[in-house]
Design a protein around this ligand. Structure first.
Ligand SMILES: C[S@@+](CC[C@H](N)C(=O)[O-])C[C@H]1O[C@@H](n2cnc3c(N)ncnc32)[C@H](O)[C@@H]1O
Length: 396
């Protein structure tokens, strides 16, 4: 990848710009991709494939750490499908009392990282540390940072995480802004839709690639279908959204535009139907149709109001690809017996009509997974306050 900082500046850089380049853009920093439980391995695989200069990729509690220069971390925000957010570590020090903490906070070149008009959302946590009161940590740090960042104009929101563990402080900036599952494609959603990063990870686990067809027969507002259409068209998951880092002095607008233009050159848009989305609920389907009307890359999605049990895939496409299901579960279906019966019927339908297809089917507990009666590997994940599974495998 051509570093996005290498685009030609319009005029000679100022002393401030030179400092930003030297201290922020040109240096290798530590980053942390925060991931939902169950998605860390997908994220590490994505990072390794994104660029060879992303180094020291390590799966840790809560996410994946890596080292890179800032432009590559911007690319990771736009190009990764699985994380929830990406943090940039800006300082790391020991402080056992407030006067050391204040001294260390003063030593950070805040203006090189953040714009003058930053509205800071500080989230402090402390664990096994002498400075244990998170509210007091925030109160001591905020005025020092704000004194360095004061500028008039519309404020841009920025989260700063201050974490103390055994007196060791780590300060990280949220690069992403809104959580990364918000792709900027859908305008409306049904209640409790599947998060896009979970749909992405399930598609990947089921082996969905840019050459595969997809059947999404309980599509709701179309989360799986939209993610699959982006994979087919080679569109980075975050292409249509904005990020907190776009306001940072270390990311020039023309540099980020260059990054987006480069991605856009790799798009491969198609209009033949390759993704078959359906649902019995026409209201949910209309939300997907609305998105299809607004985005050319979604012309590959055919949306129809059909009952899953009436679908025969060879009538949709001669190819065999991936079928994904996020059936309703819990209260909406009534008793456990109803849920078990529903999943048994889904398993029977898949076994009868989807031979040779790869599968990703979400289920709420082990008993329901068993009721499917299919040889699927459970992929545990957490969604909407529930521990869930995606059963991954192939119908033989
Ligand atoms: C949990 S929602 C799916 C949410 C979807 N993944 C999203 O993110 O928007 C389950 C969907 O299954 C649909 N559904 C239930 N039974 C169905 C059936 N027999 N055939 C087709 N769709 C069905 C419901 O209308 C509902 O939209």
């Amino acid at each position: 990848m051509t570093p996005i900082s290498d685009t030609q500046p319009k005029s000679a850089p100022s002393a401030f710009e030179k400092r930003v380049k030297r201290r922020v853009i040109a240096r290798v920093h530590d980053f942390f991709a925060v991931c939902p439980p169950g998605l860390k391995t997908t994220c590490a695989t994505e990072l390794a494939a994104l660029d060879k200069d992303i180094q020291e990729i390590r799966v840790l509690s809560g996410g994946v750490a890596f080292k890179a220069k800032l432009p590559l971390a911007c690319l990771a925000n736009m190009g990764l499908g699985s994380p929830s957010k990406i943090l940039m570590r800006i300082a790391d020090f020991k402080a056992e009392n407030f006067s050391t903490l204040e001294k260390k906070i003063k030593q950070i070149d805040w203006e090189l990282f953040l714009p003058g008009n930053t509205n800071l959302n500080i989230q402090a946590t402390a664990h096994k540390s002498r400075l244990y009161h998170s509210g007091a940590i925030e109160e001591r740090c905020r005025p020092i940072i704000e004194a360095r960042l004061f500028a008039p104009g519309i404020k841009s929101e920025q989260s700063l995480f201050i974490r103390a563990d055994q007196d060791q402080f780590e300060l990280s900036l949220d690069m992403s802004g809104d959580l990364l599952f918000k792709r900027g494609v859908k305008q409306k959603v049904i209640s409790a839709p599947l998060r896009e990063n979970l749909a992405f990870a399930i598609l990947k686990a089921a082996g969905f690639s840019s050459r595969d067809v997809l059947v999404d027969p309980m599509c709701g507002s179309g989360t799986f279908s939209i993610e699959a259409a982006m994979i087919r068209a080679n569109i980075p998951p975050g292409f249509f959204r904005s990020f907190a880092f776009e306001q940072w002095p270390g990311v020039r607008p023309e540099s980020f535009l260059y990054l987006k233009n480069t991605a856009q050159k790799g798009f491969s848009l198609e209009s033949d139907p390759k993704i078959f989305a359906s649902d019995i609920d026409e209201t949910a389907l209309s939300l997907l149709e609305d998105a299809i009307g607004r985005h050319d890359f979604l012309k590959v999605v055919q949306a129809r109001a059909t009952d899953f049990f009436d679908i025969t895939p060879h009538e949709l496409t001669p190819e065999k690809g991936v079928v994904v299901l996020n059936p309703p579960y819990g209260k909406r279906l009534g008793s456990q017996m109803d849920i078990t019966h529903f999943y048994t019927e889904i398993g029977r339908k898949l076994a009868a009509d989807f031979k040779g297809w790869r599968v990703g089917v979400i289920y709420p507990d082990k008993a329901t997974g068993k009721a499917l009666g299919l040889p699927l590997q459970p992929m545990p994940f957490f969604h909407g306050g529930l521990d869930l599974y995606a059963g991954i495998g192939k119908i033989q």
